[in-house]
Design a protein around this ligand. Structure first.
Ligand SMILES: [Fe+2]
Ligand SMILES: [Fe+2]
Length: 303
């Protein structure tokens, strides 16, 4: 952990990240990014309320016809594989649940916001998104295999899809240093987050936590962006999703699916396996179908 950075501190100004030169630059950059559309902020807000009904969610999403189109496109794509076409949003919310539709709205908006940020001199951004899709898809597959409530599955995917978004500002703001840092991790055979701390004084979870704060990404998505390389210190309510992402992230790096820049991650701690009740052979099971699932989930990058 970096001096002055307390990952346990949430919502305040005591992250300490902006005490460093890089931290300040990253913070400026995040401020200049387009914020989340009001509709999505409202969607997150009302979904926080357990009394929200499908009609309430429909009312908010319907204010944004582009979002309605995106959500219906996802639901009717091979990714969701619903059998018969669904053209009515309320019906979709009733069938899939408020949580699922909220997550579809959130992930499609954030990916839309970020995926246009290509820097030809920076990391391979297609590889970055392939890694992200792999982690999302693998986390969702693990959740299914463990019998997690289907209404929660999309939450696992969204957290996986967005877990590494802190790399985007690093890649855009300090492109050259970031590439050198990835090279350091490779050369010294150390985890990428450690190389980032060594070279930049800031890892991609800390950079991500600044986006979490700027966009008010509360709940599991925000927690996973902030803690996926510091899972042992996490004390919040989303441990099951966090550990699933840690496992799925390890799987993606091990199989070299997409580009994570993290060829030498720390070995997975037994606590993660035991807490999820999974055995090592689960990776062989996932490997058979993961590429097909990634191909279906690519719809998130195309809308
Ligand atoms: Fe990461
Ligand atoms: Fe990752």
């Amino acid at each position: 952990m970096i001096d002055g950075f307390d990952t346990g501190a949430r919502g305040g100004n005591d992250f300490g990240v902006n005490d460093t030169e890089t931290g300040r630059k990253i913070e400026e950059y995040i401020k200049s990014m387009p914020s989340l559309p009001t509709t999505v902020t409202k969607v997150l807000e009302i979904c926080n309320n357990p009394k929200t009904s499908p009609a309430d969610l429909n009312r908010v999403i319907s204010l944004d016809p582009v979002l309605v189109g995106r959500v219906l496109k996802l639901i009717n794509s091979a990714y969701y594989g619903m059998g018969q076409p669904i053209t009515n949003l309320v019906r979709a919310i009733i069938m899939l649940g408020i949580n699922t539709v909220k997550n579809l709205a959130l992930s499609t908006t954030i990916v839309g916001n970020l995926s246009s940020r290509k820097d030809p001199k920076g990391i391979n951004i297609e590889g970055f998104w392939r890694h992200s899709l792999c982690v999302g898809v693998a986390a969702k597959m693990l959740a299914k295999k463990r019998g997690v409530d289907p209404r929660q599955h999309e939450e696992y995917f969204t957290a996986g899809l967005l877990h590494d978004i802190g790399k985007i500002p690093l890649n855009s703001v300090i492109t050259r240093e970031y590439l050198l840092t990835i090279a350091t991790a490779d050369r010294e055979k150390i985890p990428l987050a450690r190389a980032e701390e060594q070279n930049l004084n800031l890892n991609h979870c800390q950079a991500g936590s600044l986006i979490v704060r700027a966009w008010k990404l509360e709940g599991s998505v925000g927690d996973i962006i902030t803690y996926h390389h510091d899972w042992a210190s996490y004390k919040g309510p989303n441990r099951d999703i966090l550990y699933s992402i840690v496992l799925a992230n390890y799987f993606a790096s091990l199989m070299e699916i997409g580009f994570s820049g993290d060829r030498y991650p720390d070995k997975l701690n037994a606590v993660v396996w035991d807490s999820l009740g999974l055995k090592r052979n689960i990776f062989d099971e996932i490997e058979e179908t993961v590429n097909g699932e990634i191909a279906k989930a690519k719809v998130f990058l195309k809308i």
